[in-house]
Design a binder for this molecule. Structure first.
Ligand code: MHO
Length: 205
């Protein structure tokens, strides 16, 4: 199937409505944006800054914040526990970056996520006293600049042109479920969505 504006808009219409949000810091946010975007059940992704106190952080003036990814997932397809499992395969909890910008942080946003985090740690024999990963309640997520969103898609004109044709601006691309999957695909991750799988090559004009 060729990537067309209709393929994008139809895909974006079909996503589940009842999603939950999770937010993790796992180093430079470009990578995990694509890694988590590839997972079945992850519906939307966005990158931003969190974990600090500075109001209105930006990439250039980050203050005490950390690069984070936030995603919306369908709890019927993917559990917070599975997301934690993935987060723990993507970082070493016994190491921590000396730079606040790239620290490993697992945020929880609800009492339920917090309980699941504690039981995950327990079941996997991690103790919050010995791991270096920061575990925090999410205070505020500050969305990052457009040029950091879906970073792997940037410059792939054979994709971005189709979003433009479908009338998506930068904000709409950031929030687009199709863009999350295409971003993961061009970053080299397996994405089990037929229209994405068939988008290996730029379409011939
Ligand atoms: N400075 C690194 C990481 C960017 S990331 C958004 C680079 O330019 O590749 O912090």
């Amino acid at each position: 199937m060729m990537l067309t504006p209709t393929v994008i808009t139809e895909f974006d219409k079909q996503v589940p409505e009842d999603t939950e949000t999770a937010t993790f810091g796992l180093g430079c946010f470009w990578g995990p944006d694509a890694i988590f975007g590839a997972l079945d059940g992850v519906v939307r992704t966005r990158v931003g800054y969190a974990g600090g106190t500075k109001p209105d952080p930006s990439y250039e003036v980050l203050g005490d914040h950390t690069e984070v990814i936030q995603f919306e997932y369908d709890p019927e397809q993917l559990s917070f526990d599975e997301l934690l499992e993935r987060a723990f395969t993507e970082h070493n909890p016994y190491q921590q970056s000396g730079k606040r910008q790239y620290q490993n942080i697992l945020f929880t946003e609800t009492a339920e996520q917090y309980e699941q985090l504690l039981s995950y740690l327990d079941e996997n024999e991690f103790s919050r006293e010995t791991i270096n990963t920061r575990l925090e309640e999410l205070d505020q997520f500050h969305v990052a600049e457009d040029y950091h969103q879906k970073f792997n898609l940037r410059g792939k004109r054979w994709i971005t042109d189709v979003f433009a044709e479908a009338d998506y601006d930068d904000g709409a691309i950031r929030e687009s479920p199709a863009a999350a999957k295409l971003n993961a695909h061009v970053a080299g991750h397996d994405v089990s969505i037929p229209f994405v799988k068939s988008t290996y090559e730029p379409r011939s004009e």
